[in-house]
Design a protein around this ligand. Structure first.
Ligand SMILES: CC(C)(COP(=O)(O)OP(=O)(O)OC[C@H]1O[C@@H](n2cnc3c(N)ncnc32)[C@H](O)[C@@H]1OP(=O)(O)O)[C@@H](O)C(=O)NCCC(=O)NCCS
Length: 129
């Protein structure tokens, strides 16, 4: 909890969004997406880096991931970030499909041998015009 407070809630460069749903009569957090702002670290200006994107299994494919993504993109645009980037594993096919839907493109790749078989990590980014 302390990290979330310090890293996200107290820092206007960063953003954290949660999706809530009624689960058995109780409001529960069922999805989360987090962005950290990187200011002045690269020649083409400030950008956002996404760290967390997950929706609880039974509530997937009900647009929660898309709604969280839209919040993150709107936030990055408002902050004046030139792009939103993240590292994604080739195993995360649902996430890659979602990212492509939001016009993220692959801009880099590295082969990291986490376990057999090799998992390919891609850097994907959404650029603002
Ligand atoms: C990726 C994730 C957050 C998507 O959340 P979600 O709420 O299911 O997403 P949505 O319902 O908004 O779906 C949006 C799009 O994502 C893609 N998508 C979602 N689930 C998919 C699946 N099982 N297979 C293929 N594409 C999928 C589709 O393009 C979908 O659009 P469509 O429904 O019009 O076809 C969710 O699958 C998840 O938590 N996955 C595990 C964690 C993860 O991989 N995180 C990313 C690490 S970088």
């Amino acid at each position: 909890m302390a990290d979330i407070q310090a890293n996200y809630l107290d820092n206007p460069d960063n953003g954290l969004w949660v999706a809530e749903a009624d689960v058995n009569g109780q409001q529960k957090v069922v999805g989360v997406l987090a962005v950290m702002g990187k200011r002045g670290e690269e020649e083409d200006g400030s950008y956002g880096e996404m760290f967390l994107m997950v929706v609880e299994f039974p509530l997937r494919r009900k647009t929660l991931g898309s709604q969280l993504m839209q919040k993150a993109l709107d936030f990055c645009k408002d902050q004046g970030y030139s792009r939103l980037v993240l590292d994604v594993s080739s195993a995360h096919t649902a996430a890659i499909s979602l990212l492509q839907k939001f016009t993220f493109a692959q801009t880099g790749a590295s082969n990291i041998e986490i376990q057999l078989p090799i998992v390919f990590m891609s850097l994907m980014e959404h650029k603002y015009m």
